[in-house]
Design a protein around this ligand. Structure first.
Ligand code: PLP
Length: 674
């Protein structure tokens, strides 16, 4: 629990059961509990292979109510004479299920959507068209067609606001509105001078990509005034960047925006709404600090500061208090998606290699160490004994180690030295391959003996051998593409919580890094949340793999930006997605026969329902995306097999089997299957 800081980033949705399994509580502390291992294993038995993306819409509902509750409390506390309405920025995650869940839950609070492109607008029109009066914030760059679509939204009864991101959009908007005979509702996005320092800080400040500078905002108001249309300007929008880690930045931005809002009112604009954009952060590393992967404030602090800053300025300037809108994506939807994947391999330890090979190499080292020279082993013989001195000295380190903290520290630093020397010697052609392999084995043997002696005598481990900092980590290969499922780990070094979903009652003994399935050396994860402090750790504490037993990990907080930005590097396609809803009827402890049936896409169990499963892309799907047509490929394969039969390289039965296997593969999952 402490090791993975789960209470810091996961409460109240994720915890550890008495059996050492990761459990999910989609409705927070008091709701039903889902054992993730049981769920994933059951689905695997039903034929659904890993990796699996689990979606828990109940978590989104919970967070939406939480956010609304925080603002409602702040409104009451500060006697604010306006209300709060949230909009979900659909770019964070386009999934239909997620967006409809948000709209259904948010309907009673007047929630809506934020869009930034024409396809997003089309989607929002269809979803909000059914619910007249819903709020739609239209951001992003716009052309004539975009604005014409917004006009249609108004006609459908959707409360859409066109937010000017650039000054030149005003002329276009006025032309289209005039042509279509409507009075537009518009907003301006302001470039605030307040900046935040995180990765997304460049969204704010005067050099920001989006928004209007003060002089452009004044020009918009003046132009509207000449047309008698200042009442059309109704909303002020700003967004200073995602994952704000320090509440001071929120306070500063709110103060600047509130005065800007008041000035627009004074200039005669028909202001009603202030849209504070996104930025509300989440605690990825659980450290509750203002480190980039964390935040040092609560959702309630955020709501209080937004509401209080606006109230103060409105009272000071004697103006009506506007409706407050926020566009929180990360804070709303990150927790709802969990990626479960398996470890497929790690390099063999000495004990897993052919025992006689290890023995021979070690014997060679011992012979070298003995310095007799009478019967040199294979390693020593191959290189004419050139590496003998090195092996001999290394061997002495291993032999002479004592059970004292000082001796263990010294042994470790000697071992590192000899390993580096051996590498240099190999590069100069002085050491044979077998000698280099022996040095590797001696290094592992030294580390193992240090660990053993330290444990037996309760001695402190050398710093570098502590499980959380050990540089000589094992690489665990995982059945996942980070470019598909967690691109931010690669693109912006985002740290996500990752941990095993079972064996959590066992001490992890391996310091690991993760390597994904892609043939790309960037396809790795070597930054993890740290149990102490707020610096990312270079290794993840994991368990030794057990033969023939799966070892399942999960990556959390991946519900925004990851799916939408993931790519098909190496043709790894979308993963299976399992939508799990907590069923109200049954919240008793998990019975042995927890999973009852798999008819019509539903598996029922302990207080939860697998609502539906979206199958991930097949190989034919991903190939088809690059114009490799499945039917044409099959024809080509049939032709090649036919030719091989004709030329006597294959029997017709083998050719038939080949075509069948090829067809089966084309319709299979792109990930490894065990
Ligand atoms: N609104 C706008 C205009 C954005 O650009 C973004 C993302 O950066 C968001 C809202 C969502 O921000 P967050 O995920 O921090 O809530």
């Amino acid at each position: 629990r402490k090791l993975y800081a789960i209470d810091g980033w996961g409460a109240p949705y994720f915890g550890i059961s008495d059996q050492g399994h990761l459990c999910v509580k989609p409705r927070g502390e008091d709701g039903p509990v889902i054992d993730l291992l049981t769920l994933a294993s059951t689905l695997k038995d039903e034929g659904l292979e890993l990796p699996l993306l689990f979606r828990f819409p109940d978590i989104v509902n919970h967070r939406l109510n939480l956010l609304q509750g925080c603002f409602d409390r702040a409104v009451a506390r500060y006697e604010y004479q306006g209300c709060y309405r949230g909009v979900f920025p659909v770019k964070c995650n386009h999934d239909r299920e997620l967006i409809t869940t948000i709209l259904e839950t948010g309907a009673k609070f007047g929630w809506g959507l934020e869009v930034g492109s024409k396809p997003e607008l089309l989607m929002a029109m269809t979803l909000l068209g059914q619910a007249p009066g819903s709020l739609l914030i239209c951001n992003g760059y716009k052309d004539q067609e975009y604005i014409e679509l917004v006009v249609q939204c108004w006609r459908l009864g959707i409360e859409a606001v066109v937010v000017l991101e650039q000054f030149k959009e005003l002329g276009l908007l006025l032309r289209v509105a005039h042509k279509m005979g409507v009075r537009p509702k518009l907003g301006v996005r302001a470039k605030l001078s307040t900046r935040h320092e995180g990765h997304w800080g460049s969204t704010s400040g005067e050099k920001a990509k989006f928004g209007l500078r003060p002089r452009e905002i004044v020009a918009v108001v003046r132009q509207l005034a000449t047309l008698g249309m200042t009442d059309c300007l109704q909303l002020l929008h700003f967004h200073i960047g995602s994952q704000i880690t320090n509440i001071r930045v929120v306070k500063e931005a709110m103060s600047e925006a509130a005065y800007l809002y008041a000035e627009l009112v004074d200039l005669g604009a028909g202001m009603r709404t202030i849209d504070c954009g996104g930025g509300l952060g989440i605690d990825y590393d659980g450290s509750n600090t203002d480190a980039p992967a964390s935040l040092s404030y609560t959702m309630q602090n955020y709501a209080n500061d937004v509401v209080c800053s606006l109230r103060d300025v409105c009272l000071e300037r004697g103006i009506p208090m506007p409706t407050i809108v926020t566009e929180s994506g990360r804070a709303l939807a990150s927790h709802h998606a969990v990626m479960v994947f398996d470890v497929v391999a790690r390099p063999p330890t000495a004990s897993e290699m052919e025992p006689h090979i290890v023995e021979e190499l070690m014997a060679a080292a011992l012979e070298a160490g003995a310095g007799t020279g009478a019967q040199p082993g294979r390693a020593a013989a191959r290189a004419g004994g050139k590496g003998r001195f090195l092996l001999c000295s290394f061997n002495e380190v291993l032999d002479n180690m004592e059970a004292t903290a000082c001796s263990l520290r010294e042994a470790y630093s000697d071992a590192v030295y000899f390993k580096e020397e051996a590498l240099r010697a190999f590069k100069l052609g002085v050491l044979s391959l077998e000698e280099r392999a022996t040095v590797d084995l001696l290094f592992d043997a030294t580390c193992n003996r240090i660990l053993h002696l330290a444990a037996a005598a309760k001695l402190p481990l050398p710093e570098a051998l502590q499980p959380s900092t050990r540089p000589h980590s094992a690489t665990y290969h995982v059945n996942l593409s980070i470019f598909r499922s967690a691109p931010d780990t690669w693109a912006i070094e985002q740290v996500f919580p990752i941990l095993p979903i079972h064996r959590l009652d066992e001490e992890p003994t391996v310091a690991a890094t993760l390597a994904d399935l892609t043939c790309d050396s960037d396809g790795k994860i070597d930054r993890f949340i740290s149990p102490v402090g707020n610096e990312a750790a270079p290794v993840l504490p994991l368990h030794e793999l057990r033969s023939a037993q799966p070892y399942l990990l999960a990556m959390f907080l991946t519900g925004v930006y990851q799916e939408v930005m993931g790519s098909a590097h190496n043709m790894f396609g979308s993963t299976h997605c399992v939508v799990v809803r907590a069923a109200d009827c049954c919240i008793s402890p998990m019975p042995d026969d927890a999973v009852i049936h798999d008819g019509e896409g539903k598996i029922l169990g302990n207080g939860f329902v697998v609502d539906h499963i979206l199958r991930g892309e097949t190989m034919a799907d991903v190939l088809g995306r690059s114009q490799h047509s499945g039917p044409e490929m099959l024809l080509a394969m049939q032709a090649s097999a036919g030719a091989a039969v004709l030329e006597g390289r294959m029997s017709s039965e083998d050719a038939e089997a080949l075509v069948q296997a090829f067809t089966r593969q084309m319709h299979s999952y792109t990930y490894l299957s065990f």
